[in-house]
Design a protein around this ligand. Structure first.
Ligand SMILES: [Fe+2]
Length: 258
C-alpha cells in the first residue's frame, strides 16, 4: 500500500507538472531471472487456490482482462495496453514508497505507481514494503472495472486537494478500508477485493474469519475508524457494490468543498 499521510494544496487544480510527479522507472523485463518468475508463480498459484472462492468476481474477471499469467512476472506495457482500452488507467513503475502528494497526483491522472521488484523467496508471506505482486496482482485488476476506476481517480483528485490533517486522515481511512482492505457482498457472502487481502493469504483468512468484525460500509463509519498497519485487522467494512464506493468519494468531495 501507499501511506496517505500528507496533503498538498499546490496540486488542487488542473494538470500537475511533471516535476510534481515521482521519477518513473521503465520496466527492464529482461532483468527478471528464472527465480523471479518462479516466485511470482508460487505467489500467484497459492493465492488463486483460495481466491477462486473468496475473491470478488470483479477481481477474478480483472485478472483475465489485464492478462495476468500464473507462470511469469507481468509485462507492464502489456497490462497497460489492455487497461487503456477499458478505463485508461496505467501502471507506472516507481522505486518504492513515494510521498503521498505525488501518489495522489498520479491517481488523479489514472496512473498507478507500481513497484517493479519481485519479493525474495525468503519473504513469500510477509513483506513490509510493496512489491510487484502486491501492486500488480493485488491492485491493478480492479482498475479494469469502470466504476472502481472512476472512484480511484476521484480519490486521487481529492487527495491532491486535501487542505488539512482532518481531510488527509479521512482519505487515508477511506483508502485503507476500501482499496487496501475492502470486502464486498457478492453471492453467498463477503468476498475480498482490497489489495492487502488479495495479495496476502493470512490477511484474507483473517478478514473472512471469526475474529474480524465485518461491518456494513458507510462513509461516516469508515472515516471515524482508526487503523493500525502492523497486525491483522479487527474491523473491516463490506460494500454492497462498487457504486457505493463512488458515492462515498463523491460525498467526501462535497464535504471538503463545503
Ligand atoms: Fe497497496
Amino acid at each position: 500500500m501507499q501511506q496517505t499521510t500528507t496533503g498538498d494544496e499546490a496540486a488542487t487544480q488542473g494538470t500537475p507538472n511533471d516535476a510534481d510527479l515521482p521519477a518513473f522507472i521503465e520496466q527492464d523485463y529482461a532483468r527478471y531471472d528464472s527465480e523471479a518468475h518462479a516466485v511470482w508463480r508460487i505467489l500467484y498459484e497459492r493465492r488463486m487456490m483460495t481466491l477462486r472462492d473468496t475473491g470478488s468476481d470483479v477481481f477474478l474477471k480483472g485478472i483475465e482482462r489485464i492478462g495476468l499469467a500464473s507462470d511469469r512476472v507481468p509485462e507492464i506495457g502489456d497490462v497497460n495496453r489492455r487497461l487503456k482500452a477499458r478505463t485508461g488507467w496505467r501502471a507506472v513503475g516507481v522505486g518504492g514508497f513515494i510521498p503521498a502528494a505525488q501518489f495522489f497526483r498520479c491517481l488523479a491522472q489514472r496512473r498507478f505507481p507500481t513497484t517493479l521488484a519481485v519479493r525474495p523467496r525468503s519473504q513469500l508471506d510477509y513483506l513490509p514494503e510493496p512489491d510487484i505482486f502486491h501492486d500488480v496482482f493485488g491492485h491493478v485488476p480492479l482498475h479494469a472495472e469502470p466504476v472502481f476506476a472512476d472512484f480511484l481517480q476521484r480519490f486521487g483528485e481529492l487527495g491532491a486537494s486535501a487542505r488539512n490533517e482532518e481531510e488527509t486522515q479521512a482519505l487515508a481511512r477511506l483508502f485503507w478500508f476500501t482499496v487496501e482492505f475492502g470486502l464486498i457482498e457478492e453471492g453467498e457472502g463477503p468476498k475480498v477485493y482490497g489489495s492487502g487481502l488479495i495479495s496476502s493469504h493470512g490477511d484474507a483468512a483473517n478478514a473472512l474469519g471469526p475474529t474480524c468484525e465485518r461491518r456494513p460500509f458507510s462513509l461516516d463509519a469508515v472515516v471515524a475508524q482508526p487503523f493500525e498497519i502492523d497486525h491483522f485487522q479487527q474491523v473491516l467494512f463490506v460494500i454492497p457494490s462498487f457504486d457505493e464506493l463512488y458515492r462515498a468519494v463523491d460525498e467526501l468531495g462535497r464535504r471538503f468543498a463545503s
